[in-house]
Every structure is written in C-alpha cells, then in structure tokens.
Design a protein around this ligand. Structure first.
Ligand code: SF4
Ligand code: MSK
Length: 655
C-alpha cells in the first residue's frame, strides 16, 4: 500500500511544483489521462529511434542499423548509420526552422495587410522601431508616410523567403568576421524557404550521403531561422504590438480566478491573442459575463502565446508546456484558445471531462473535437469578440463544486527586449561590457526551451539557473524556461538576493532581476541579436565572448533548430535531454567537438543541472582567459555546495 510519503515522492519526480502535483493527483482521482500516463504507456521507447538509427524516408524501408555491429549496418538503399543519423537530424532541424519561419511569415502577411490598411484591430504600435529597422535595412523612411515605410519593409522581408534576394535582411547584424567564416564554410543562409526545402531534398534517398555535408546544410537551415524567420517574427511583432518594456505580472495556476470567466491563450502566435486581450475588456462582453454571475473576464497565457502577452501587456501566465492539460483539471477554465505549436492533441480529451471549450483558430492547426473559429486578420476584432463571447457563454456550465485553484500566484517580471535591456543599462551595452571585463559578472547564459515529461517538470531549468546566478552569471530566459524560473520566484528585482555579489550589485543598481525574460521561442532571435551587438561593440566575434546556451528540458524540433543556430552563431550550448544522434559516433564527435574548430562553438549533453552549470562555468572562464580578462582557473571551480543542495519545491515560492 502506498503511503503519503511514497505518493509525494513519486509526484515530485513528475513536477517540482505544488500546483502541478495537486492537479496530477486530481486527474488520477478522476480517471483523466495526462502526458505522464501516456509516456508510461509508451515505455520502453524504441532504442533504434532513440539512437537516430531508424529510417523511413522511403518505401524500400523502414530500415534499422544495429548499434552493436552484429545485425545490419546498412539500410536497403545502402545508407549507413552516419548518413541515417545525419539525415534524421537534418529533418528535425528543418521541422523546427520551418515552424518558426512559417510563424514569421504569418506575422509578415498580416503586417503587409496593416500597411495596406486591410486589417481590423491592428496598427503600427511602435513607429519608431519601424523607422529604425527601415533605416537599418537601407529603406528610405525620412519624410515618408508610416504605411508607405511599412509597405517597403514588408516587401523587403517577403524577399527573405524566396530566392531572388539570395541573402537575409538582418545578416548585417552578424559581426563581419562571423559572416566571413560562414562564407568560407558555405553556410551563409540565402533564403528561408530555400534552405528548408533544400534540406528536405538533400535527405531524400540518394541525394546527400555525406554526413558532414548534410550537417553543414543543417547549420545553414538553422541560421535561416535564427537570423531570418524568427527574427522577422520578433521584429514585426514588436512593431505591430509594441516593443516589450519591463513589466510585472504573475504566474502559476493561481492566476485563474474563482469568480471570473477564465480564458487561456495557448500556442505561439500573438496575432489573435492581442485582439482577444482587447475584446475581453469590451464593456458589453464584461456585462454579458456579469449577467451570467461572473465578476469579469480573466485572460491568462500558456506557453509562448502566453509569453508574448506577458512580455507586452503583463498578462498573467498560467504555466508552461506540461501545464496545458492540468490547467483544465482546475475545473475553472471556460475556454482554451489555441493557435499552433506545442498544443497537445489531448487537450480536447481533457476538456471533455469539464465544461471547457477548446477553440482552434488557425486553418493550419485543426484539432478534432475542438470548435474551429478561423482567424482572418481582416475581421480580427470581430473574431476576437466571437471567441470571448463563446467563453463567457460557457461560464454557466461551470460546476463550482469541482473547481479547485491550487496555490497563490508568484510575481515575475518580463519585458526584456534588446531595447529594454539597453535602456536599463543607460542606452548602451558598455556598462554590461565593463562589468564583464571587471569580472563582477563572469558572463551570460541563455537558458531556453521546453518541458519534457521524461524529467521532473522545471527542476533542471530552475536548478541550473539558480546555480549560474549564484556564480555571477547573468541568465537570459525565453519560452518555457522563462515560465519555470518565474514560478520559482527567480525573476523579480528582489531575486537579486539569490545572485552572487557582483551580479547582485549590478541588478540592484539597475532595478532588474538576475534572470531576464526575453520572450517566446521565436524571441531567441533577441538573444543572438544581443550577442552580435556585444561582439560588435567589443570588436570580436561572438565565439570569443563568455557566453553559453542551455536547453535543459527540450522536447521540440524547434528547440533543436534554436540550439543549432545558437551554436552556428558561435555560442556553445548544453542540452539536458539526449538528442537521437548517439547511433553515430562520427556525428557525435562532429557536434560535440569538431564543430568547435569551424564555428567556434559546440554542443554538450548533460542532464544533471549542477554538472551542466559546472561545464558552463568552465567554458565561460576559458573564454575570459582567452580575452585576457581576469579568470578563475579550472581547478578552482567547484560546485560542492550546489551539488549537495536539495531540489527546490518552488510551487508556493513567493518573492
Ligand atoms: Fe531504408 Fe534507405 Fe529507404 Fe531509409 S532511404 S528507408 S535507409 S532504403
Ligand atoms: S512553448 S517549443 S514547449 S519552449 Fe514555445 Fe515551450 Fe518549447 Fe513549445
């Protein structure tokens, strides 16, 4: 018979947060299946696939390579393990890069409609940024009408997707020395769609069979995402919805309101969420909610649509990837409005156990069982009103006896766009460069990416980040990693108390947290942009800087694309979940070692957050030494204290 202790122990291996643990228990009690149940049902997962050694690229297969060398060493076509692993990785990166870039294209198309006066509910929110980017790209902005400049910018950026331009508009942000390196390697991205389509072509049977050649193109494909599709998504979202500025909000399931209509916006695209936030404040809809006995309409975020709303409007955040089913188990959610990416098909099944409406909005992302309300930017405002009305009308179906909102929300700060960071520093990056040069800040690390049910939810994110800031390393967060750190109370100016003395002093002087929220998954483009700006200011290449990346709990193809463009840009990155490449020692050796010689950065895999922190600290100190900055010698870097620390139970943490 399992004791309370056994149960608590088992739950703590699923998530470190109290809100998640309570809702998992409740789901079990009510017979509702969640992601953790489905993972268990899939185990043991296929060893060939885990190693990257299975291929189903054609119908002579599927084929598998025996990793022990006793069975087949070639697929039916003759492809060996190196080719198969590299092809699979190339296609994974293309899946991620295409997702980001198609998101960027959706934003661009609406931006073009705004410029042409054809969209309802949208406008240019940051005209100064529009003109700044137009000037940066050599378009004439002075003395011209806003919409004319916007039309020119839309045209310029549309050409990034095709082959006519043969380069990316934002490539000028990359230090010249790195651009030269890319050129030499033949990995300068030429066009977003071109690189993605070419990767699919190369990985067809009988095209590119050289694993090195395949992986070089994979780098180029990823770079077309980071400095292309994702950067377009970020910059145009800023122009249309406002460039984020520091803003305080709240996070965890406690942001749901017992007495209000609760609407969760889930996915990645800010196009609809922005007009929904406005519609939820419409007095007529608020009055309708009152007529049903609710005290208002409460819009909250999930995953990266949530990050977009939090960054720009301070909208509260219900949770990250692994909270999407659990938010409905509260019994307090009237509607989950989804756009695309990272939305589990299972949300429809969980919703059926409650009164929750799942409303899909993108014609390219339909969910059988959901209500589809097709998003059309020409009728953005009207559709947003229809969606909010549908949520309000679900409120009378709520069974208040089944409602249980666990925990109180935790405060977190977001809104650290590159512009906001520079503004906090007084207008230039120089104070940050000075602090790094003096050693009061050792360096900076981008901790990004998802949750993965194979790991205790958020533990790796939180423990890695906490260990880094304790050692005076500034942490930049995006995506689900940002939400994890927010829940742990590590993202308020007061959280500077958790940092080492140098980082603490800088944060206190500037009034910022030691962990800066830079936005959603596509906003990792802000991270590389900032890295490029720092490198340019110091007159070095990005790989010389004391920087690193980490994706401790990644699950998504997009995270692989992000990690790859971060490494291709010169920033060594540590993954917490093993990628499916270990079937090819050659591919592993190239990614974990050989890449360093060509792009000045590489991948490492380290699931233990304390060991990952140690690895990153050593890397940062080595970069400092190479720059001639004061550094800590390798044998002096210890982490005994952190290694013995018990896992944070952050669900009820408050700042
Ligand atoms: Fe098998 Fe080659 Fe076809 Fe892949 S491409 S399934 S290895 S025959
Ligand atoms: S939502 S890609 S689970 S970060 Fe961007 Fe989170 Fe990863 Fe999706």
């Amino acid at each position: 018979m399992s004791t309370t202790y056994d149960r608590a122990h088992e739950l703590s291996h699923l998530s470190i947060h109290l809100d998640a643990q309570q809702m998992i228990e409740r789901a079990r009690a009510e017979g509702i299946e969640t992601v953790w149940d489905r993972l268990r049902a899939q185990e043991p997962q296929c060893g060939y696939c885990q190693l990257g050694l299975s291929c189903r690229n054609c119908s002579m297969g599927p084929c598998r390579i025996d990793p022990f060398g006793e069975g087949p060493q070639k697929g039916v076509c003759g492809a060996d393990g190196d080719t198969i692993v590299a092809r699979n990785l190339g296609r994974t990166i293309t899946g991620g890069a295409s997702s980001h870039s198609d998101h960027g294209r959706d934003i661009l198309e609406v931006f073009a409609r705004v410029a042409n006066g054809e969209a309802s509910g949208y406008q240019i929110a940051d005209e100064a940024k529009l003109r700044r980017i137009a000037d940066e790209l050599g378009l004439v902005s002075e003395g011209r009408d806003t919409n004319e400049v916007a039309r020119d910018l839309a045209k310029e950026l549309m050409e990034n997707y095709g082959i006519a331009k043969n380069s990316l508009s934002f490539i000028g942000r990359v230090p010249q020395v790195r651009r030269d390196r890319w050129k030499e390697l033949g990995i300068t991205p030429r066009g977003i769609d071109r690189e993605n389509v070419e990767m699919m072509h190369r990985t067809h049977m009988g095209v590119d069979n050289d694993y090195v050649n395949i992986l070089l193109h994979a780098l180029r494909t990823a770079l077309s995402d980071g400095w292309g599709g994702s950067m377009i998504a970020t910059e145009l979202s800023d122009i249309m919805f406002g460039t984020p500025q520091p803003v305080t909000s709240e996070v965890n399931l406690g942001v749901l309101k017992l007495d209000q209509v609760n609407i969760a916006m889930h996915g990645h695209n800010p196009l609809l969420s922005d007009v929904i936030v406005a519609a939820a404040q419409d007095p007529a809809l608020v009055e309708l909610a009152r007529s049903y006995g609710a005290n208002g309409i409460n819009v909250v975020g999930l995953c990266c649509t949530g990050n977009e709303m939090l960054m720009r409007k301070g909208v509260p955040m219900a949770g990250n990837h692994l909270m999407q089913e659990l938010v409905m188990v509260t019994g307090a959610l009237e509607a989950m409005v989804v756009d695309y990416q990272c939305i589990m098909p299972s949300v429809v099944d969980v919703a059926k156990c409650y009164h929750t409406q799942v409303i899909s909005t993108s014609d390219k992302a339909k969910f059988p069982g959901a209500t589809h309300m097709s998003f059309d930017p020409q009728r953005g405002e009207e559709i947003a009103h229809d969606i909010v009305r549908a949520a309000v009308e679900a409120f009378p179906n709520r069974n208040q006896d089944r409602v249980r909102i666990p925990v109180s929300p935790v405060r977190m700060m977001g809104g650290f766009s590159v512009e906001a960071i520079l503004a906090a520093l007084g207008g230039t990056a120089q104070p940050l460069i000075d602090a790094i040069a003096a050693g009061s800040i050792r360096g900076a690390v981008a901790v990004v990416g998802c949750n993965n049910p194979k790991l205790p939810q958020d533990r790796e994110h939180i423990e890695l980040t906490r260990t880094l800031i304790e050692h005076d390393i500034l942490v930049l967060v995006t995506g689900c990693a940002a939400i994890a750190n927010g829940k742990a109370g590590q993202m308020m100016p007061e959280s500077a108390a958790l940092a080492g003395p140098g980082l603490r002093a800088l944060c206190e002087a500037l009034g910022v947290p030691p962990v800066l929220h830079m936005g959603s998954c596509v906003d990792n483009s802000r991270v590389v942009q900032l890295a490029g700006a720092l490198a340019n200011a110091m007159g070095v290449d990005i790989d010389s800087l004391p920087l690193a990346g980490a994706a401790p709990e990644w699950y998504s193809e997009k995270a692989v694309a992000i990690g790859t463009y971060v490494v291709g840009s010169g920033i060594t990155t540590v993954l917490g979940v093993q990628p499916p490449i270990f079937g090819s020692p050659h591919v592993v050796s190239l990614l974990a070692d050989g890449l360093d010689a060509v792009v000045g950065a590489k991948f490492a895999v380290e699931p233990d957050p304390y060991k990952a922190a140690l690895l990153i600290r050593r890397h940062i100190e080595a970069k400092r030494a190479a720059l001639g900055l004061p550094f800590i010698a390798d044998d002096q870097i210890h982490d005994d204290e952190a290694a013995s620390r018990v896992t944070t139970t952050a669900g009820s943490a408050r700042v």
